[in-house]
Ligand binder design. Sequence first.
Ligand SMILES: NC(=O)c1ccc[n+]([C@@H]2O[C@H](COP(=O)([O-])OP(=O)(O)OC[C@H]3O[C@@H](n4cnc5c(N)ncnc54)[C@H](OP(=O)(O)O)[C@@H]3O)[C@@H](O)[C@H]2O)c1
Length: 346
Amino acid sequence: MTAAKQYSNTRVLINKSFEGATPNKSHFRTETITIEAPELKENELFTQALSVSLDPFIRFDFSGDAIESPVIGYVLSKVLDSNNPQYPVGSIIFSPAEWGQYSHISNPEHLGDVNRYDEAIKSSGLPHSLFNGILGVPAFTVWHSLKQVGDLKAGETIYISSAAGTLGQIAGQLAKRKGLRVIGSAGSQDKIDYLINELGFDAAFNYKTHDKKEALLAAAGDKGIDIYYDLVGDDTVDVALDILNPSGRIIAIGVLAMHQNELPYAPKNTINILMKQLRYEGYLVFENYQHFPQFWEEVVPLVKSGEIKFKETVIEDASVEHLGETYVNVLAGKYSGKVSVLLAPL
Ligand SMILES: NC(=O)c1ccc[n+]([C@@H]2O[C@H](COP(=O)([O-])OP(=O)(O)OC[C@H]3O[C@@H](n4cnc5c(N)ncnc54)[C@H](OP(=O)(O)O)[C@@H]3O)[C@@H](O)[C@H]2O)c1
């Protein structure tokens, strides 16, 4: 019997509970251990991380029970060993995996969430980091939620919070392509300039320096707003409920405020839902991955031609040790757009 191959694996663990705290780098620690290539049970995979997608929502996994467990986030990986015919050795997958160089993907929940990306990456000829953002789950979420829930009509006005973030910048551009008037909010003047000057938003305001209601009313003008694309889950929803036109929609997508330790926000102005016959609807991406081929068919050409722009920060010289701190900086708004950390070449 040949000895199992050994790997030196640095990975990130949860050092202490995030409950009641704004995330900081002391919430994480790294360890380097030698692991053996695992004996794979049916459907299991052993993978090498190519790039880590730093997604705000994994914050929900950092509870008290999780201390000392490895951080699981979305990772673009190469399959090194497989007992799963859908994902043979050499395939490139995007899935929940450990923040580390190597991962044994065995949890049935995580196996259910594996997406195969190799064909799409190869045929696009585009850098694989884009498949964490504009060609991956974030953009897919926007593309599909706008189709399924948005009911967009040319001439309407959409307002997007965290508009310069990963999902926000895509939402604005897709809505613009459908003929909508687009308003965004973000937390710095640089981001506002980017929205207006580079992405072609019709109006944008800094939610940190302006009263949200006054700013949104001024941006909306006589036409008001028809859709609020909510990425933050805070009191902005009350402003939207007040301002939305009859038959308006709120699309509940994200809760960035909660990722930053704000309490869940309960809307107060709900009478508007009744009086204006509004629709307030949530969307979750996880049950919709079967539509990815259609998304790529439509969006890859737009990205290649430059018709859709996308700001991303690709951190090439980072090690696993810096993942925790970089994630904290993502939540704090220190980057624009999607942040990916490259750990190995394709
Ligand atoms: N429903 C689904 O299926 C689905 C799928 C994917 C993602 N999501 C969710 O969508 C949301 C957006 O994700 P993303 O990847 O696009 O994040 P993101 O916008 O790239 O997140 C980072 C940005 O959040 C903003 N931010 C942080 N705290 C904020 C606050 N209290 N109020 C307003 N903005 C704040 C910061 O920008 P500023 O400088 O502008 O403050 C920061 O740059 C997340 O909650 C994510 O979990 C949902």
